[in-house]
Design a protein around this ligand. Structure first.
Ligand SMILES: [Zn+2]
Length: 166
């Protein structure tokens, strides 16, 4: 049994919008509730990997996520509901990133810098967490809900900041 533990990716850890908050704003993206959490940061601030992972996607959606990076956990985790799954975290509204798809990252590695690209009123990082399982073509979402199939990351933070191991 191994349970998910996430290091805080930015310092300080200030949640400006929690997971699951209902808002009409999300309707245009096809869901009803906040599909992640928002953390406050400053423009250009370092964002660090919360766990050992690989970069599964780097993309840009100028009218939504802005510049984003998806990190897929190296390990699979056991959840309280009996599900065993890997976790994919998508980080949005970034100003820039030095990583590309396929790169492996240790916990604490700087993989992006904060910004407000895409639909964002000011600098923050939106983190969308999904439980995923390997399917025939890539990974598929395990959760089905009106927060765009994400899960609440709140119980999984281990109250410590990601740091570079060196
Ligand atoms: Zn958000």
């Amino acid at each position: 049994m191994s349970s998910l533990s996430l290091l805080y990716p930015v310092s300080p850890h200030v949640v400006t919008r929690a997971w699951g908050v209902a808002d009409e704003l999300y309707k245009e993206f096809g869901f009803l509730k906040h599909n992640g959490i928002d953390l406050a940061l400053s423009e250009g601030q370092e964002i660090r990997a919360p766990f050992d992972c690989a970069v599964s996607l780097v993309g840009n959606q100028p009218k939504g996520s802005g510049l984003f990076v998806c990190l897929l956990s190296t390990a699979a985790y056991d959840f309280p509901d009996g599900v065993r799954a890997r976790v994919e975290l998508s980080f949005m509204h970034l100003s820039r990133t030095p990583v590309s798809k396929g790169m492996r990252l240790g916990a604490g590695a700087v993989f992006a810098y904060g910004g407000h690209t895409g639909r964002a009123t000011g600098p923050h990082v939106h983190i969308a967490p999904k439980r995923v399982k390997k399917g025939v073509i890539g990974y598929r979402d395990l959760d089905r809900n009106d927060a765009n199939n994400t899960f609440d990351p709140d119980p999984y933070w281990i109250q410590d900041y990601a740091r570079t191991n060196s």
